[in-house]
Design a protein around this ligand. Structure first.
Ligand code: DGL
Length: 260
């Protein structure tokens, strides 16, 4: 079983991408809605919550963990790898690999929560491979609430995006990592504001592709449900109407959320 956790329901963008690529692999999802958002919290708290989330998934049968939350991945993945003895896959490495493949001019933009940008993880990982590359990061703390309110096509959201993205455009990036669970839902607004020549890296898709490669030598885990779509379970630490709505928007269908 694939255990996925996120600070809330945004990580369902990653779960959706995994469902699409690995339809027979059973998913156990945990969205920590009761304690969301993580993006504005301290590293210590994010690590503590991430350990608790992983413990829940392991206890309930997860054989591989996907850290869908960019914030948790940026701050806590290393610690999770020390604490737990099973594969921990996160959204950072697959997005970094794709950004490195994509860039032609070595100028890569990254947008994410405050905690993600402050961790400088993308900068570290990208310059470790090529010290000449430049990473230009921008924290976009207003975007998560706008997406959660469903304001994905409002004038106000477009204005805020322009403010956030202008400095990156100015720096002539040719690749932009969408370093947050919620940003794939803004792709259509982001693309015209950075210009069509800039390639957007959707970490949810990159992570699903990475997971598929990782599981290629474990056919058992992939096909346990035979040819039937897997019986996926979506748990949340608090159940709200807004969470139900966002989940339905992400998947394009009603998702049964199980409250812990
Ligand atoms: N899931 C978080 C991320 O991808 C966004 C929401 C939050 O701040 O908790 O960074």
């Amino acid at each position: 079983m694939i255990g996925i956790f996120d600070s809330g329901v945004g990580g369902m963008t990653v779960a959706r991408a995994i469902e699409e690529l690995l339809p027979a692999a059973p998913i156990l999802y945990l969205g920590d809605i009761a304690r969301t958002p993580y993006g504005s919290k301290s590293a210590r708290t994010i690590i503590e919550y991430s350990i608790e989330n992983t413990r829940f998934l392991v206890k309930n049968g997860a054989e591989v963990i996907v850290v869908a939350c960019n914030t948790a991945a940026s701050v806590a993945s290393e610690r999770l790898r020390q604490e737990f003895h099973l594969p921990i896959i996160d959204v950072i490495a697959p997005a970094v690999a794709e950004a490195l493949r994509s860039t032609r001019n070595g100028r890569i933009g990254v947008i994410g929560t405050r905690a993600t940008v402050q961790s400088e993880v993308y900068q570290r990982e990208i310059t470790r491979v090529n010290p000449n590359f430049r990473v230009i990061s921008q924290a976009c703390p207003l975007l998560v609430p706008l997406v959660e309110e469903g304001w994905t096509n409002r004038r106000e959201t477009k204005m805020i995006l322009r403010r956030y993205l202008h400095p990156l455009k100015d720096q002539q990036i040719d690749t932009l990592v969408l370093g947050c669970t919620h940003y794939p839902l803004l792709t259509e607004l982001i693309q015209p504001r950075v210009g069509k020549r800039v390639r957007l890296i959707d970490s949810s898709r990159a992570t699903a592709a990475h997971l598929r490669r990782h599981l290629a030598d474990q056919p058992d885990l992939l096909n346990r449900a035979g040819h039937q779509p897997a019986d996926n379970r979506y748990h949340v630490t608090d159940l709200t109407d807004s969470a139900r709505q966002i989940a339905a928007r992400i998947f394009g269908r009603t998702i049964e959320l199980i409250s812990l």
